[in-house]
Design a protein around this ligand. Structure first.
Ligand SMILES: Cc1cc2nc3c(=O)[nH]c(=O)nc-3n(C[C@H](O)[C@H](O)[C@H](O)COP(=O)(O)OP(=O)(O)OC[C@H]3O[C@@H](n4cnc5c(N)ncnc54)[C@H](O)[C@@H]3O)c2cc1C
Length: 408
């Protein structure tokens, strides 16, 4: 395209942006990615203290883009999940054997993912990483879209991808501002030690305030994500280690033995962020810039990585055919492809929070009944797992572990 400095520019090099740079980079096209903070900078908001659950489909994407080998040693496999309602007898047990999979998912520190993606980008001469640099202004008009960076560059391409997270300033400039609704709780995260072998089992325990998730890591460590009213979350971040472990033991019980230690604790505000459409003139938003969901069920980045897989496939198709990737028709096709899954995950996560925090009389009994029914019904378990593992519907090449056609 006349005047373009690159074939693709990505603003934001966190989990979603860096993954897309790897996926688009393998086509050999000129890709630029702009990121404000280096991977080991303490202020880096995407690669931080969180340890997140990746689905098996997300693992396949990481394998296909050449970033899995570097995190494999730090990835803890989830073989089963125990879902329960605190203080009640209902429970559902989901197991990898219900879907014949090697694992239901993997638990990986985001910092390890960041290092692996950055290293992979470094192996591709056609991918230019501008970091530290901030994309501050964009120009949408007749020709290619242009973006200005704080270090004085002006990059132009047929398509600009916004992967700059849930507070996207560029999104507002492009008319893609998220509609957000804050949840009254925060999520407290920490890596904790346990005295009993976890046997690669994850726990999702619903309390009156929201879910408490414990995910198996390598060794006798588990990643905790505990939803609490904001003031309690902050108090537990500031509590001494013994006080914190006591509170956790009281909330979770003794199923995993004793909680022996806790690493760095951090509390995150929670919100639901929704876009009517993720596309505007030669601009497309992916990852948290396009949708923010509650971390219950560990779906946020898995959903963002599916944006990456679908967009990478469409880019490779267009480039192979010599088509313009930024036309309204091409962007509409991408938006249509993504809308169903995004809406479904938004509804699922928001619905779960409503269902398990509601005090409506009779609802707790119905929940218990529901969990027991799921537990007794293998086809329902299979359906639930297939959907939450990202194996439902039409799967792009990357999700099947392969590069898009024309993708190197
Ligand atoms: C407590 C908690 C637990 C979670 N657990 C899970 C889980 O188990 N599984 C899961 O799938 N998801 C989980 N998530 C969700 C997941 O963390 C997010 O979906 C993911 O971080 C989104 O990645 P992103 O790259 O879209 O956005 P971000 O992580 O927000 O990254 C945006 C990047 O853009 C950069 N940036 C911003 N503005 C600019 C600019 N103008 N110029 C240049 N760079 C810019 C930022 O520095 C950052 O690197 C969890 C979230 C929370 C809060």
């Amino acid at each position: 395209m006349n005047g373009a400095t690159h074939d693709l520019v990505i603003a934001g090099g966190g989990l979603a942006g860096a993954s897309l740079a790897c996926a688009a980079g393998v086509t050999g096209r000129r890709v630029a990615i702009i990121e404000s903070f280096a991977v080991d900078d303490e202020r880096q908001p995407s690669f931080d203290e969180r340890t997140i659950a990746l689905t098996l489909s997300s693992r396949r994407v990481f394998e296909a883009i050449g970033a899995w080998a570097a995190v494999a040693d730090e990835a803890g496999a989830i073989e089963s999940i125990h879902v329960s309602d605190r203080g009640r007898f209902g429970a559902a047990r989901l197991d990898r054997r219900h879907v014949g999979a090697e694992a239901l998912g993997y638990v990986v520190p985001t910092r390890a993912l960041g290092r692996a993606l950055t290293a992979r980008i470094g192996t591709m001469d056609n991918v230019e990483l501008l970091c530290p640099a901030t994309a501050e202004r964009l120009e949408q008009g007749a020709g290619p879209v242009a973006v200005h960076t704080t270090d004085g560059r002006r990059l132009q391409a047929p398509l600009l991808v916004l992967a700059d997270g849930g507070r996207s300033t560029l999104g507002r400039q492009a008319g893609l501002a998220l509609q957000t609704r804050d949840y009254p709780q925060m999520a407290l995260v920490a890596v904790v030690g346990v005295s009993r072998d976890h046997g690669r089992r994850a726990y999702e325990r619903f309390t009156g305030h929201g879910p408490l998730a414990l995910l198996p890591m390598t060794g006798r460590r588990m990643a905790l994500a505990w939803t609490l009213p904001a003031d309690q979350a902050r108090a537990l971040v500031d509590a001494d280690e013994a006080g914190f472990l006591d509170a956790l033991q009281a909330a979770f019980g003794w199923r995993q033995g004793r909680f022996t230690r806790a690493g760095t604790r951090r509390a995150y505000p929670l919100s639901l962020g929704h876009l009517r459409t993720p596309v505007s003139d030669r601009v497309v938003a992916i990852g948290n810039a396009a949708h923010v969901v509650h971390p219950v069920a560990g779906q946020g980045f898995n959903l963002g990585l599916r944006d990456v897989a679908d967009l990478a496939e469409q880019l490779a198709d267009c480039w192979r055919r010599g088509d313009d990737i930024g036309t309204p028709a091409a962007l509409r096709a991408y938006a249509d492809r993504r809308s169903r899954q995004v809406r479904r995950v938004e509804r699922l996560t928001d619905g779960l929070i409503g269902l398990f925090t509601s005090t409506t009389p009779g609802l707790p009994t119905l929940r218990t009944l529901g969990l027991n029914l799921v537990d007794l019904c293998p086809p329902v378990k299979r359906m639930l797992l297939e959907r939450t593992m990202g194996r439902h519907g039409r799967l792009p090449h990357l999700v099947r572990g392969a590069l898009p056609r024309g993708g190197g």
